[in-house]
Structures are given as structure tokens and as C-alpha cells.
Ligand binder design. Structure first.
Ligand SMILES: [Zn+2]
Ligand SMILES: [Zn+2]
Length: 172
């Protein structure tokens, strides 16, 4: 491959996050996250049930319903949403399986914009940058505000295109 076609680091690490997400057994959402220090990969994680207990492919998703305030065609509406709560989120698994000392000054690449709970935990984990691809609009504004307050670089790779073999239809 000519050097000018070589993948940049953002693409390289996001590709790995998408590859990791294919390990997920939740039929609703496949999320992958990787910990990177400089250009070194220090950890990988995906969303899943705790090891040793049945996962979504065995026991089915564990569905919780709640209402979200969404703006639809300029009107604020309460919309009923379903989520799977069986899994530990990829970002939380990443924190469970990496060391604090490795996280200090590191970046997290994650396929999906973190939810509020994961964002709060990442903000207190020692990392200094979060890079994501797919937006998660429900929590986006408050997550972005909090990352700004905390001084964590928070950026979306908008023109990034994931490897097609890693894609999975996201159910909302
Ligand atoms: Zn599930
Ligand atoms: Zn989360």
C-alpha cells in the first residue's frame, strides 16, 4: 500500500474498536472501546453480560422501557424507548479491565458516543481524550458539556467509515 494511502491513527484505532464490537452478543447494540496511550493499544472491551452468566444471545436481551424527551419536528415529545440493561457497557468493561496508571493521559476510542453514566466514569478515570463515531443523541448535550468542564478532549470522527464486515444494525 503506498504510504499516502496508509491509515491515519484515528482510523486505525476506530477500526480496532469496531472489530472488537463484533464480539458483543447483544442483538440490540454492538459497542467496542479501546484504550490508547500515544500510539500504543493498552486495552479492548465490548458490551456484554458479566462473564459466567448467560448473555443476550442465550437469555435474550433484558429490556427496560423508559421515556425520553426528544425534539421531533421542532416539538418536544415524550417518546417511549427500549434499552437492553443486561450488558455492562463497553466503556465500563474497559475501565474494569485496565489499570489506573495506564489510563492516566490516555485516549479512549469508542464506536458510540458514551451514555451519561459511562461519560461520568470516563471523566474520573484518568483519560484525557474520548473519540467516538456514532452519535448517541439522548445524552449528547450533557455529556459534551461535562467533558468540556472537565477539560477532556471530546470529538466525533464524522467522516469515518467503519469496516463493512463489522457493522451491525443498531436497534433503538
Ligand atoms: Zn442485549
Ligand atoms: Zn454507557
Amino acid at each position: 500500500m503506498p504510504s499516502d494511502q496508509r491509515k491515519d491513527w484515528d482510523t486505525y484505532f476506530m477500526d480496532i474498536a469496531y472489530m472488537v464490537s463484533t464480539r458483543s452478543r447483544c442483538s440490540r447494540r454492538h459497542v467496542g472501546a479501546v484504550l490508547v496511550q500515544g500510539k500504543k493499544l493498552l486495552g479492548t472491551a465490548y458490551n456484554g453480560a458479566p462473564s459466567g452468566v448467560p448473555d443476550c444471545s442465550e437469555a435474550g436481551c433484558m429490556i427496560a422501557e423508559d421515556y425520553e424527551l426528544l425534539t421531533v419536528e421542532g416539538q418536544e415529545q415524550m417518546i417511549k424507548k427500549q434499552r437492553c440493561i443486561r450488558t455492562i457497557h463497553a466503556e465500563q468493561n474497559l475501565l474494569l479491565f485496565t489499570d489506573r496508571v495506564d489510563r492516566e493521559g490516555s485516549s479512549v476510542y469508542v464506536t458510540d458516543e458514551p451514555c451519561w453514566t459511562c461519560a461520568n466514569m470516563l471523566a474520573n478515570s484518568g483519560i484525557i481524550e474520548v473519540v467516538f463515531h456514532r452519535a448517541y443523541l439522548k445524552d449528547s448535550r450533557k455529556v459534551t458539556d461535562m467533558m468540556n468542564q472537565k477539560g477532556i478532549v471530546f470529538r466525533q470522527l464524522e467522516s469515518y467509515i467503519p469496516p463493512s464486515e463489522t457493522l451491525h444494525q443498531v436497534q433503538d
